[in-house]
Design a protein around this ligand. Structure first.
Ligand code: ZN
Length: 139
């Protein structure tokens, strides 16, 4: 069995953003030379997500509105977590609901996903360097 590991780095200039990382994951898959197997893609930070959905700007705005309704950033004093002196209590909650990782089947050297499925990095507390792990195993 072959095994491949790579860290993708991000430094999002805003507090929140959604970034389509499908091309980077496809590049990892090419580098791995794995044709049949599984790819795990996970955020390595507790205030960021990796998830799969449509690459459609209206949908991303809907996510932003929905997440702000569920866990508004302001007022930061509403979160017990922020008593530590941080201001990212909301980002931990947003990460939880959008998920930590995705697993994608690899078939015939390609990501075996549905027609509209794209892989996204969801940043909820940006303006610093953060990582995503790509682990691919197979033959
Ligand atoms: Zn925190």
């Amino acid at each position: 069995m072959k095994s491949y590991r790579k860290e993708l780095w991000f430094n999002v200039p805003a507090r929140r953003a959604f970034i389509n990382i499908t091309p980077q994951v496809e590049e990892c898959l090419r580098e791995s030379r794995i044709k049949e197997g599984l790819a795990l893609i996970n955020a390595m930070h507790i205030t960021a997500s990796v998830f799969i959905n449509d690459d459609e700007s209206g949908l991303h705005q809907d996510y932003e509105k929905w997440l702000e309704k569920l866990a508004p950033h302001e007022p930061v004093a509403q979160y017990l977590h922020n008593r530590t002196g941080e201001d990212n209590g909301d980002a931990h909650l947003k990460r939880q609901i959008m998920g930590r990782e995705v697993v994608v089947a690899i078939t015939d050297g390609k990501l075996d996903v549905g027609p509209w499925e794209q892989i996204f990095y969801g940043e909820f507390d940006g303006r610093r360097r953060k990582r995503v792990l790509v682990k691919i195993i197979g033959e």
